[in-house]
Ligand binder design. Structure first.
Ligand code: HEC
Length: 141
């Protein structure tokens, strides 16, 4: 008879302890997340300096841009739209962020993708084809 309220008290403090632990865990996880959710072209800002200084061997070449357009239609249009203006989460490739990015940074972003956000990695394509795609994307200005 005397034990019962004591036991209830114990159960209550146990629940409180578990609750407090959960709260601390939630805060710890939230604090570890980056504060700013970078937009659909967030990968470009992460491109390392050496990537930015890579030179596009096809810079401004119409033939490479035409080849890149074909590759774009085949590999990219399904997500970025036939005109590259973006769909749902897929970035608008006409945006200043992408158009102002160094070609090397685009090359790097295509090779690496942003898989967690739905942008595949294109490292399976030969470098030459990635540069052709970059050349085409730069004509979307
Ligand atoms: C399966 C859908 C899908 C396909 C296919 C795809 N993309 Fe994307 N792409 C995305 C999504 C989604 C994002 C936005 C990622 C994010 O939120 O960071 C994106 C982002 C990008 C970006 C911005 C990268 C950054 O984070 O800075 C570029 C440039 C890009 N795509 C170009 C291409 C090109 C070129 C191709 C074809 C070789 C292609 N994408 C194919 C879905 C796709």
């Amino acid at each position: 008879m005397i034990l019962r309220p004591l036991r209830r008290h114990k159960a209550l403090s146990c629940m409180l302890a578990v609750g407090a632990f959960c709260l601390i865990a939630v805060f710890a996880v939230a604090a570890r997340k980056p504060k700013k959710e970078v937009g659909p072209a967030g990968q470009l800002s992460r491109a390392p300096g050496w990537a930015g200084s890579l030179r596009n061997p096809y810079q401004g070449q119409a033939e490479a841009a035409a080849a890149g357009k074909k590759l774009f239609e085949h590999h990219c249009a399904a997500c970025h739209g036939p005109d590259g203006r973006g769909m749902e989460r897929a970035a608008n490739l006409h945006s200043t962020l992408i158009q102002d990015a160094p070609p090397g940074a685009l090359f790097w972003a295509l090779r690496n993708g942003r898989i967690r956000k739905g942008m595949p990695s294109w490292s399976g394509l030969p470098d030459q084809q990635i540069w052709q795609i970059v050349t085409y994307v730069k004509t979307l200005k």
